[in-house]
Design a protein around this ligand. Structure first.
Ligand code: FAD
Length: 759
């Protein structure tokens, strides 16, 4: 469970990239939190691969989850904010990370651990025709696609791997082992699969000793891999490689495992880079350019201790990086880090056999693989099985030293927390946070945020009626930008469920007190997310109120417009016997976010749930209207059954709900089966009395989900039976991939219970 803390945020450490060093930083801060210091990790992937086990995954010995660290859970353990996004630049003057999909993220201390990027641009045709192994996080998708192509390819096939360092050799052997097994399983002859390994140098594994090299030369020979030495690939075409000595080699697939470089966006940051684009850092892992910016792992080039690019160094840099980040916020002297000269590499041959290499040492065997497997699994457990957290219930004094105005603000934030009073957020903070936001212009908004006044004034044209709704809830995720999106989407749901168009909204927000700059950041992120959603819905933000409170929370009063002739067309009470019940989005958000709070949900389940919660119901309502929907509501806190009963009762009908047809978010069945349910669930379960023969269904794994409270859920509607199939198809075309017919409407029977369950 997330650790409660009474300490306001005084310093922000932002981690860009979820590489091997940053996972160590997160774990360390999770075990030893520093009061007043908040971590934010920005990573484009929720599941970050552990390079040491990647060849074993490719060979088929490990599952995806065995070899990936779940950053979302790890960040939860560290009480860090996890932003699923990509850094695309830095504004070092303003101390902000520029992201692809959200407002800039401010930092006090920044650390970059983003791995490396393939160097394909200097070989003609390589970008178009070769599969780069870097960035390593994106290799999985490319590998699965290659696997599918090889298995689906009739007849003989050849694969060329370019680059015979440890990564290239290990990858070649792992791929060969796996692909041959897959072909055998498909009843094909694995001998038809030929592997070529090319390197521009004379020696394979050039950074390892000669005994290790000889061992791998023998393995490659025995396994029939054709080794091309001194073969500098200088151009690539479809199915063909050309080397500098004028030779051509046919290859159906080309995999690129050569030297990598730094990400191109770093060039514009002003940070000093080496000739390959890696960030130059000192022994304290601070960049040589900017002491508030750190770098570690492959992306860092230690100027006084150059080392090979290897995951082992990235891992080793985690603890000293964590220590120095902490010391930097506390304004203590930083400690230099000494990288090892010799390191143990356990390089596998794909078939559960490995070779050990350390300086001049070499040994090999199946036992080396088992040893490596034990080390790797133990390492991964550190990031999935978390130690008990330190008790941070007692407010601890922050070791962060502040001066002047900041110190006064911090004192007042602490006083505010203790008093728990709900004062207004200062006008300057508010105007700065809202200054960069641009609600859309609407001609029917006479007085709105473009010329703020005591209240907004909107015009309602003749023939139109106004639809009002309000929603408010506290943040259930640590990402204010995404929370803003979900909150706005949730509030708009009622308007669309009535068949109306959204016109204007006023916001109500509470933010925990803190330094003005931190409050401003949270407000900016949250309001940006909300305004994006409101703007996309054609709804303009016309005003709001922001106050300080114990928890981050947000809500909206939304006004919609509807043709008077359409009033009542989409109500809850219009269901007719014979209609088909349609649900536009999957259910399960309540149990998933309850599990997320307990660190029991997988990151990708949360990603998918958030994507679903951010999907607007606007297009869905239009499709339902176009297919003659007779009744509609949006799914929120009462859960599927609660909302269905709200519809059957005024409609004077019964309904049959098919459990197997319900669209369910990935992971929701697992978390519900584990007994992890929303705190609202018990209240919803009281409605089981609305179920006929309820006792017969309680053991069905989907039974708890009909009570699961939804946030920004889909639309539940009844549609004439003859149009239902077309309606579901149209919903899918409109982007509701999980839309489904989930039951039918029955004439009201004699039984007291209106809902019948079916498989
Ligand atoms: C096949 C193969 C096998 C290998 N085996 C070993 C081995 O056994 N032992 C070993 O020591 N090394 C091994 N290596 C080398 C190893 O992969 C790298 O040295 C290691 O991954 C570098 O770790 P890192 O922490 O620097 O970055 P990475 O592991 O590459 O992690 C970078 C992270 O940052 C994220 N990211 C990148 N750019 C951005 C951005 N702009 N914004 C936000 N997030 C971003 C990525 O999504 C990723 O999560 C192997 C390499 C290969 C190719």
């Amino acid at each position: 469970m997330k650790k409660p803390t009474d300490s306001p945020v005084l310093r922000d450490i932002v981690l860009v990239g979820g590489g091997h060093s940053h996972v160590g930083v997160l774990r360390r801060f999770g075990m030893h939190p520093v009061p007043g210091v908040r971590l934010t990790v920005i990573c484009r992937d929720t599941h970050t691969p552990y390079s040491g086990m990647l060849p074993g995954y490719i060979a088929g010995h490990y599952t995806y989850d065995d070899v990936h660290i779940d950053l979302c859970r790890l960040a939860g353990f560290a009480s860090a904010r996890f932003y699923r996004d990509e850094a695309v630049g830095l504004d070092r003057a303003a101390r902000k990370v520029l992201c692809r999909g959200r407002p800039p993220v401010p930092y006090d201390q920044l650390s970059i651990n983003i791995g490396s990027t393939p160097m394909l641009a200097n070989v003609a045709g390589a970008s178009e025709h070769a599969i780069p192994v870097k960035p390593i996080h994106a290799f999985n998708e490319r590998w699965l696609a290659l696997l599918g192509r090889v298995v689906g390819h009739p007849g003989a096939m050849s694969i060329a791997v370019v680059g015979a360092g440890a990564g290239g050799v290990e990858l070649t052997l792992a791929m060969q082992y796996r692909l041959q097994n897959e072909l055998r399983a498909a009843g094909r002859d694995p001998a038809g699969l030929q592997f070529h390994l090319l390197d521009s140098g004379e020696a394979i594994l050039p950074t390892h000793n000669s005994a290790v090299r000889s061992a791998f030369e023998a393995v490659l020979r025995d396994r029939g891999v054709v080794l091309h030495r001194n073969a500098k690939v200088d151009s690539v075409a479809a199915g063909q490689l050309h080397t500098a000595d004028g030779k051509a080699l046919h290859a159906d697939e080309i995999v690129w495992v050569t030297r990598a470089s730094g990400a191109p966006w770093l060039r514009a940051t002003g940070l000093a880079l080496d000739e390959s684009g890696f960030i130059r850092v000192t022994d304290t892992l601070q960049t040589v350019t900017d002491p508030d910016v750190f770098a570690a792992g492959d992306i860092a080039c230690m100027v006084s201790q150059p080392r090979e690019k290897a995951g082992v160094f990235a891992v080793r840099q985690g603890p000293p990086l964590a220590e120095n980040l902490r010391r930097a916020v506390e304004r203590h002297a930083l400690h230099p880090y000494r990288a090892q000269r010799h390191w143990l590499a356990l390089i596998s041959t794909g078939d559960k056999y490995a070779v050990a290499s350390r300086g001049g040492l070499h040994f090999q065997g199946a036992w080396v693989w088992r040893w490596k497997d034990w080390i790797d699994r133990r390492f991964m457990r550190r990031f999935s099985e978390f130690p008990p957290m330190q008790d941070s219930m007692q407010p601890a004094a922050s070791p962060v030293r502040l001066e002047g105005e900041e110190a006064a603000q911090a004192l007042s934030a602490i006083a505010m927390r203790c008093g728990g009073c709900g004062a207004k957020v200062g006008a300057t903070v508010l105007s700065r946070a809202l200054g960069g936001l641009h609600p859309i212009d609407r001609p029917d908004v006479l007085i709105g945020l473009h010329a703020p006044d005591d209240a907004a004034v909107v015009r309602v044209l003749p023939g139109k009626a106004m639809v009002h709704t309000v929603d408010f809830f506290r943040a259930f995720i640590d990402d204010p930008y995404v929370f803003g999106k979900v909150a706005a989407n949730h509030a708009l749901g009622d308007i669309f469920a009535m068949g109306a168009e959204a016109q204007s909204a006023t916001a109500i927000v509470t933010v925990p007190p803190g330094l003005e700059s931190k409050v401003e950041d949270v407000l900016t992120q949250m309001m940006s997310g909300a305004i994006e959603v409101l703007n996309a819905a054609g709804c303009t933000l016309v005003g709001g109120h922001t106050g300080e409170g114990a928890e981050l929370a947000m809500g909206f009063a939304v006004n919609g417009l509807i043709d008077e002739s359409m009033v009542g067309v989409l109500r809850k009470g219009g269901m007719r016997p014979g209609d088909v019940l349609i649900l536009t989005k999957p259910i399960g958000t309540g149990t998933l976010f309850a599990a997320h709070a307990k660190l029991e949900a997988r990151g990708r389940w949360i990603d998918a749930a958030l994507d679903s919660m951010c999907q607007s119901n606007r297009a869905g309502a239009q499709v339902l209207l176009a297919h003659g929907a007779t009744a509609c509501t949006d799914l929120t806190g009462f859960g599927l059954l609660g909302h269905l009963v709200e519809m059957t009762r005024p409609s004077g009908v019964d309904a049959e709900l098919s459990l197997s047809a319900l669209p369910v978010l990935e992971g929701a069945e697992e978390t519900a089966a584990a007994g992890i349910l929303s705190s609202l669930q018990p209240a919803n379960v009281r409605l089981r009395r609305a179920l006929r023969d309820q006792g017969a269904w309680v053991d069905d794994p989907r039974y708890p989900l009909i009570f699961d409270p939804q946030t920004a859920g889909g639309l539940l509607a009844s549609v004439p039976a003859e149009r239902a199939e077309a309606c579901v198809e149209a919903l899918k075309t409109a982007g509701y991939a999980r839309a489904a017919a989930i039951g039918r409407i029955l004439p009201q029977g004699d039984a007291l219970e209106p809902v019948v369950l079916a498989r």
